[in-house]
Each structure stands twice: as C-alpha cells, then as structure tokens.
Write a protein that binds this ligand. Structure first.
Ligand code: PHE
Length: 355
C-alpha cells in the first residue's frame, strides 16, 4: 500500500513540473514498461498475503487507470502546444510578392470589355453571359432565323455535329434568348463574349468578340436606342462630340434594323474619332422583332425594345491604335507587354477609363 501511494505522489510531482513530450514518454515507460514501477507491482500480487491481495489488486488497477489517463491527457496537451508552435513558426505570408516579381499585363480585349461593362453599368445595364457552344435554336431559330433563311449562310457557322444541332455561336445574340427565357421583363442587359465564324484575314478572325445589348420594357423606342449608343460611344472614346450615322440594314431578329458608323479622320498617322469625313462601321442594332419576343413568351403588344451587337475587337483596335486584328490572338509576349494594361488599372467611369 505504501508503495502505491509513493508511486502516485512521485508521479504527480513530476507531472506538475515542466515536462516535454519526450520526458512524459520516459515517465510512461518508467511506469508501464516491462520492468516499470507499475508492472513490477503487478508481479507482487501473487506473493502478497491472501487477506490483503484483493484490495491490493483493486487499488493497483485503479492507480494504473488513473495514471494512464493523466499521462494521455498530458500527451494530448503537449502535442497541441507543439502543433500550435509549429503553425506559428511555419506560417506563410501569402501577401508577400512572389520572387522574382513579374507583373502580368491585361490583354487589350479584356481591358476593353471591362471598360464597356463599366460604361453600361452606369446606366443600369447588368452583365449576362452565355456559353460559346450553343444550340441551333438559340443561335438562329429563336432569333427569327428559320432553317434555309439566307442569313444563316452569311454567318459561316462552325457546326459541331452532323445534324447541325450544336455549333460555336456566331454572335452574342443567343444570350438575348437565354436571358428572356429565364426571367420576366423588363430586361436591361449586356452580354460580352467570344463568337466564332469561319473567316480569317487582316480584319477578320475565326474567333472574335462581341457585346450584345438588350433593353426591353413597356415604352422603349428607337430614340432610346440612339441615345444609349451615342452615350456609349462618347464615353468609350472619351470625347465630347461624336459623328454617328444610322444606316438602314437588315437582321432577321430586329425590325427596323440599322448599322452604325462613326466618323473619323487620320491626322499624322493617328486616328481621330468624332471628326473628319471617313466612316467606320462598328455595330448592328434595331428594335427587337415581335417574333423573337413571341418565341420567349413575352407579349409584343405590351413590351418592346432594342438590341445591339458591337464588335469589341474593332473598338479596341480603334481606341488603342492597333492595326492588325490577328496580333490580338498571337500570344506574343512582347506585343502584350507593349499594348497590355496594368492589372491594377481597373477601368471605372469615375476614375477614368483608359488612364
Ligand atoms: N448579331 C448581329 C451580328 O452579329 C448584330 C446585332 C445584334 C444586330 C443585335 C441587331 C441586334 O451581326
């Protein structure tokens, strides 16, 4: 009995002192190892006086359990401390710059999309997106362009299956359909993104970018369309005056339809927007055809509105003086370094777009 108490007291004193993990493991094996203090007490059971044996065995077992659980607790506690110290010491400051520090550049097309989104969001347009791989219905049929319609040929479509059901969208107009199918009017959205046509030369690339615009409400007319586009062009080119011309045109999904040219001139090899007597076509637009509205279950007797599709790459070329469209998609690092933008220069109307 005396032995057991002594063992316990000694153990508790040791535990109270400052022990580390390897010390506690040592204590553990001193007690429970093959010749440990507790283990040797167990060996005594057989030789102890019969009258005291039962009590001794039970006291010993009790002590064994108690010490074991105290040891386990201490080990857990020490392990926790060790992990926390490690975490504290080994933490990485992810806000520190990578070395060597090379900051990438934002592609002029990305920058232009950000500028366009910023301008239209100021006047209440939200931004929508649609997939590059479209179905034939959204890209053509729903847009009042049925099978065998001559406008389909003009699009030089990349079809993805024999049945011509899946295709790479030829314009961003299918996002009009997607938007109107999933919500209720009014609609006021733009949808920038990639578009594809089988065409390639200095001013055409098989992959190019457009931004679609759609504004549908109960009282929208062509005046709103003109106002919206002239606001956009002035903001985009950061000029006070702009020369614009609406030329009658035809799109199956708008009636009436127009193409918009802006006036420009070339002075000392530089393009000046808004002056001169040269014209450059930059977008197609019109009042949304009633058939399109019917296809998306919008009542054309109640709602009407306008849509437009702007060629983003062309706007970027004009604004930033880039004269070959193909350079946009060459992935030439030197070109991107020269024409790209600082990632911290996020365009906003209030801070200035291209500064
Ligand atoms: N989707 C047409 C094109 O790619 C442009 C457009 C959009 C015209 C919306 C009218 C209205 O040529």
């Amino acid at each position: 009995m005396h032995d057991l108490k002594k063992i316990k007291d000694e153990f508790l004193t040791k535990l109270k002192g400052k022990v580390n993990l390897s010390e506690i493991n040592q204590i553990k094996s001193d007690l429970f190892g093959k010749n440990g203090l507790i283990s040797s007490q167990f060996k005594k059971i057989g030789i102890i006086e019969v009258s005291k044996r039962k009590k001794f065995a039970s006291d010993l077992n009790f002590l064994k359990d108690e010490l074991q659980s105290l040891i386990n607790l201490k080990i857990k506690e020490l392990e926790n401390i060790e992990i926390n110290e490690k975490l504290e010491k080994e933490k990485i400051d992810i806000t520190l710059p990578e070395r060597p520090f090379v900051r990438g550049r934002i592609h002029p097309v990305s920058q232009t999309i950000d500028e366009i989104s910023s301008i239209f969001s100021e006047i209440g347009f939200s931004v929508e997106e649609g997939p590059d791989v479209e179905n034939e219905y959204n890209n053509f049929t729903a847009l009042n362009t049925p099978d065998n319609h001559p406008a389909r040929d003009m699009h030089d479509t990349f079809y993805l299956d024999e049945k011509k059901q899946k295709l790479l969208r030829t314009h961003t107009s299918p996002v009009q359909i997607r938007t109107m199918l999933k919500d209720k009017p009014p609609f006021k959205i733009i949808a920038p993104g990639r578009t594809y046509r089988s065409d390639s030369d200095q001013t055409h690339s098989p992959m190019f970018h457009q931004v679609e615009g759609l504004h549908i409400d109960t009282n929208i007319n062509m005046g709103h369309l003109k106002g919206c586009l002239s606001y956009f062009i002035k903001e985009f080119f950061e000029v006070k005056k702009i020369k614009m011309r609406f030329r009658p045109s035809h799109f199956p999904f708008t009636e009436p339809s127009a193409e918009v040219d802006i006036g420009y001139e070339i002075k000392d090899g530089k393009i000046i927007i808004g002056e001169g007597d040269k014209w450059l076509e930059i977008l197609g637009c019109g009042m949304v055809h009633p058939n399109v509205l019917r296809n998306v279950k919008v009542d054309p007797a109640k709602y009407q509105g306008y849509a437009f599709g702007i060629g983003i790459d062309r706007l970027a070329m004009l604004k930033y003086g880039i004269n070959d469209l193909r350079a946009f998609f060459d992935c030439d690092y030197r070109w991107l370094n020269h024409f790209g933008f600082d990632p911290l220069d996020v365009p906003s109307n209030y801070r200035g777009l291209s500064r």
